[in-house]
Write a protein of this length. Structure first.
Length: 155
């Protein structure tokens, strides 16, 4: 990885099985992963290959998606199925949340003006928050993944 960065933010995944992963470098001082986004980190393994780790940003924390120790130099091909599935699930969750919100708004409009949602706080209280949404980017650029030269190569 370039000097001053600690990982990469996944922007999009090509629909082709051997297609590129579009990334943006994350600076070392980046404090938090955005909601629904995937962070990739790779570093040389102790003997050969790469230690690759992926994380998903949630509302309050980052969760480990997967870890591939001592992966070969073509590790993007290895981790791509997991990344593709997670971004697809996030897109489906976002779509389902939007559909549910629309359904709720339509049913409330049939009953008159919308009522305020209950909002309580304190010990054992209920706090109503907006639904968690995953972010799905669309591919606009076809940037090749740097695995054969530069940052992804051990030579």
């Amino acid at each position: 990885m370039p000097h001053g960065v600690h990982s990469a933010l996944l922007q999009c995944i090509s629909t082709r099985p051997d297609g590129p992963l579009d990334i943006t470098w994350l600076a070392a001082e980046t404090s938090r992963l955005p909601l629904g986004r995937i962070r990739l980190r790779w570093e040389p393994a102790s003997r050969s290959g790469w230690d690759v780790t992926t994380y998903l940003g949630l509302t309050t924390a980052e969760v480990l998606l997967g870890s591939w120790p001592a992966s070969p130099d073509d590790w993007p091909r290895l981790v791509r199925p997991t990344l593709y599935e997670v971004t697809g699930l996030c897109a489906a969750l976002s779509f389902a949340t939007d559909a549910l919100d629309l359904s709720n708004r339509l049913s409330e409009s049939d009953r008159g003006p919308p009522k305020a949602a209950p909002r309580r706080s304190g010990k054992g209280g209920l706090v109503v928050r907006p639904p968690v949404r995953c972010v799905r980017s669309t591919c606009r650029r076809r940037t090749p993944w740097p695995t054969t030269r530069g940052y992804g190569s051990r030579t």
